[in-house]
Design a protein around this ligand. Sequence first.
Ligand code: BES
Ligand code: ZN
Length: 850
Amino acid sequence: MRDAAPTTIYLKDYTPFGYLVDSVHLTFNLAQHATRVTSRIAFRPNPDATDRTFFLHGEELTLIRAAIDGEVISPDISDKGLTAQVPDAPFIWEAEVEIDPGNNTALEGLYMSNGMYCTQCEAEGFRKITYYPDRPDVMSTFTVRINGDLPVLLSNGNPTGSGEGWAEWTDPWPKPAYLFALVAGELVAHPDKFTTRSGRDVELNLWVRPGDEGKCAFGMEALKQSMKWDEDVYSREYDLDVFNIVAVDDFNMGAMENKGLNIFNSSAVLASPETSTDTNFERIEAIIAHEYFHNWTGNRITCRDWFQLCLKEGLTVFRDAQFTSDMRSEPVKRIHDVIDLRARQFPEDNGPLSHPVRPESFQEINNFYTSTVYEKGAEVIGMLKRLVGDDAYAKALDLYFERHDGQACTIEDWLQVFEDTTGRDLSQFKRWYSQSGTPRVKVAEDWADGTYTLTLSQSTNPTPGQSEKLPQVIPVAVGLLGANGDEVRGTEVLELTEAEQSYSFTGLASKPVASILRGFSAPVILEHDHGNAERAFLLAQDTDPFNRWEAGRSLAQDTLLRMITEDAAPNADYLDGLLAVLRDGDLDPAYRALMLGLPTQSELAAALHESGTTPDPLAIWASVETLRQATAQHVQDLLPRLHSEAVIDAPYDPGAAQSGKRALGGAALALTSRLDGGAKAAEEYAKADNMTLQLTALSCLLRARKGEAELAAFYDQWRHDRLVMDKWFALQVSMAAPEATPQTAQSLTEHADFNWKNPNRFRALMGSLAMNHAGFHQTDGAAYQLLADWLIRLDPVNPQTTARMCSAFQTWKRYDADRQDLMRHQLTRISETPNLSRDTTEMVTRILGA
Ligand code: BES
Ligand code: ZN
């Protein structure tokens, strides 16, 4: 139910809890609609706290009995929790509550998915399990007894007893309640083991529903690689006797790092060549690593409060990106991450939802698991590492683990270890955590008497709640190239700290071409009007693979924008440059495939909006179609060779080498389909023996407005497989022609397999609708209305997933007045829905800018 007045929580109001918790004992008597949870908690007054109010969070609980030191009490109960009078000395709290996991559709707390009990406690789900100080700075050891007639009963830590219908688990590592987990079900294990470098044997299990056994091997290998990598690179060893991972079908997020018992959305762990694409495999490898790495960055060292979320998430995303770079290709991973940052974080940072990496207030913390906290948070760590150097970074991390193990920390603690290690003053750098908005760096160049001078100036547009911006510390990696492509100056990191600064390079024989922001050394928008000739030169010559790709990307963007605004023809520099890159058989196929990518239509809309032109989604769509067609014609002669390079004469392997070849082959197939109307794609579909090829071919067919028979055959082949059916739903909406998109989506909502209460299925359909730029922005507003109808329907069932998907409307002010009216109307309609959740209320209010 919605609060009368939603309350805002502020970082500045932090105070420690009045009591410490020495131990927690929980007993669960599982029953679908009446699970009993008994808690026995040892509290004592916190000497560091002044406020001794004894308030325990608790929501949707029925209190059966409460006692202090064995004496039954009657606490004051509200819909948020309870308060009680307690001794000014150590005491034992006991409570018995009843909960209803069978009716928990929000998927927070203890809930059921396909007959299996599971939990999700981050951020504030534990309070739906029992009364507790549900805040991350309250840490304790947990002992859990589970009584239930299911064969597999799991919780955190090590198993310390079991028998018919019960199991006991003990977690010796103090942890906050958000890391608590329980799973009970008819599950089968995919077992393995790992010996840590100090010789501890760890039993590993991946638990899945019967039938999914064949989809476990890849995830298990990824887990062992992650364990090894964290030992080799960060000297972090695992610290329990067992590590369990469980796959569940109904899950709001990707996965969760509960201590010793990670719970995964089945889409984020289950994989087989027949049912998963190369992209799925890579994502699974990264998520397994991410959740595993949280064992140190998140669990052993946790967050003092939820404002510090980037302390664990930004750092762990940074660590999982390092892992992927090491396991696969560094430039390819970097390019993928920048594509993702621009597609998701930049719109957030430059729209109504803009907030700092460390927010200063929130109403619902679930709404702050954002691309800004995660991906910009990871970029901030990358910048810190670039500024202090690799050795100092390693020393600072060692100090962080040594100094803060077992603690709940803040960004101040994090920065302090870097200051103590390097002697550097990081107070200006800290603005990356407090200032929202994407900084823009403008480039001016000067050449005279053998000296090249680069002048960089920075500014950040106002963002909600922040009108004035101060200069940030921006590491700008720069290299200089001579006319023949030789590097006349190797990469150097310039530190831009003022509003404007100049840097001179002397003693040069001729005017160089600067390659600026190499490796995307800072999450900024670079404004560099260097002209297409220079871009084409960098596309051909840059020794920095990221900037070489970037040159192609900016050429593509420039030509698309001119096609839209000036009715220009596709730029020959772009097409010729692309052809040369594609011809270069020495370049990694994955890299060449990336070169074939274009800015997203949403990015083009943003660029138009920023330059003062109202974006027309259909014109944007048409320009992309025209450029694609022109590209296909221009590289036509090369396509057979690209296909043959991508032919793989070996058993399927999802690793970098093969998947790169398939990516290039797939991109070539997409271009071929524009020339042959889908003939080759139909052939490829018929012989596809893995999901990557099957889905690529099917998407080419659908884009050619063919493939009806294949789509039906795909359904018959895969209707039994939930994860593949998600792809079937998503693909149709993604590939629909703009004018057909709303109707396609609408019809699919009537399909018997549209199980809208499952977050994966809901996102497959509605998320794809929001991502189909020209389809979503059809002039009649049909897609806006369809999405809003379904958000209103989902909100009472699953507020968290509803609220996240409201961000589809975050760019509404970019568009023309008619579209703005249509979107505002839908946002208002959502906001006026009776009993709208706190989650969704906060999101629509912020998006509307009220
Ligand atoms: N701790 C989060 C999961 C989470 C997020 C729980 C929000 C509750 C609310 C987990 O570590 C995470 O970050 N998962 C990501 C994937 C990761 C690879 C970035 C996710 O679930 O999307
Ligand atoms: Zn995480």
